[in-house]
Design a protein around this ligand. Sequence first.
Ligand code: ATP
Length: 319
Amino acid sequence: MSEQHIGIVLNPSKVEAEVLEDALDAASEMRSRPQLSIFETTPEDPGGAAAAQALAAGVDLIITAGGDGTVRAVAEVLAQRRSRVELGIVPLGTGNLLARNLGIPLGDVDAALARALDGTARPVDVGWCLAELEDGPRRSAFLVMAGVGVDARMIDETDDDLKKTAGWIAYVEAMGRAVTASSAVEADLVVDGETRIHETVHTVLVGNVGTVQGGIDLLPDAAPDDGRMDLLILGEDGVAGWADTVRNVVWDNGIAKLLPGRGDDGEGAVDSETATRLALSTLALDLSAPRMAQIDGEALGETTSLRIEVQPAALRIRL
Ligand SMILES: Nc1ncnc2c1ncn2[C@@H]1O[C@H](COP(=O)(O)OP(=O)(O)OP(=O)(O)O)[C@@H](O)[C@H]1O
C-alpha cells in the first residue's frame, strides 16, 4: 500500500504548525509516519484555496486545524467537488460548534488528532445557502446553521477582542444587545417547494446540528446525517422567551457545567408556542426588509432573500 498523504489546513492565527507536526509524530510512533503537507489559511481566504491545494496535491485525508470558519471553507470545496476525500477536525476555534455537536474532543489536540487519524468516516450533510447580498448573490456551504435574526445579529455583534478573552461568554453579552436591537419582519417561507408559511418573525434558523454555545439545544431533532435540515422559526412573541431561555440556560447551566464536579444535565430547548420547528430539504425565505444573515457564525451581510438546500452525505468526517 502506498504511503498515506495527509493535508492539514491550518489557521496559523490559532495554532503553530509545529504543534500539529509534533502531535502527528507522537501519534505515528507505533506506525509509519504518513506524508504530511501543511496548507495555511489567510485572513482573505480562510480555507478554500488551502483545501483546493490539498486536493491538487493528491492527499487522502484533510485535517482542519482551526475553528468553524476553517471547517466551513474546506467543506465547501469538498462538497462542491463531490470529493470522497475524508475530513478530520482538530477544533481550535472559539465556538467549535460542529466539533462540539459531533463529539470531537475540544481543547485536546492529541485526542482530536487521534480521531482524525483512526476514526471511522461518517456521512455528514451539507447545507447550501444562496443569499442575495448588496454586492450580488453569494452561495455558501454550511455545516452548523444558517439564517437570519437574533442569532445572526448576535454573532455579528460579538466583539472580537471579547471573543478572544472571554470565549463563549462574549456571545451571551452580545446576545443581550442583539435582542434589544432586533425587530420583527414579515417573512414568506416555502418549505420543500410546497408548505407555505407567512409569519412575522424575529429569527429563522436552518440547522444541520442543534447545539449552540452553552450547551443549548436549539434544534433537538437535528441530526447531521439524516439528509435533512431542521428549521426553527421564532415568531414575534417568541424572541423574548427565547432570550430568557438562552440567558438562563447559559448562566445557570453553562457556567455550572464549566465548574468542576457539576453535571451536564442542563437542557435549553425552545418550547415556546411561538416557535415552529420542521425538517426540510429546501427552503425559500423572503423578508419584507433586509436582515443580517449568517452561516456557521460568519456574518454574510444584509439580505431579503435566502434559498437553502441540503446536499445529503456530502462529506465523510472521521469521528
Ligand atoms: N493566516 C491568518 N492570519 C490571521 N487570521 C486568519 C488567518 N487565516 C484565517 N484567519 C481568520 O481566522 C478566522 C477564522 O477562524 P476560525 O474559524 O478558524 O476560528 P474561529 O472564528 O475562532 O472559530 P469558531 O467559529 O469555531 O469560533 C477568519 O476570520 C479568518 O479571517
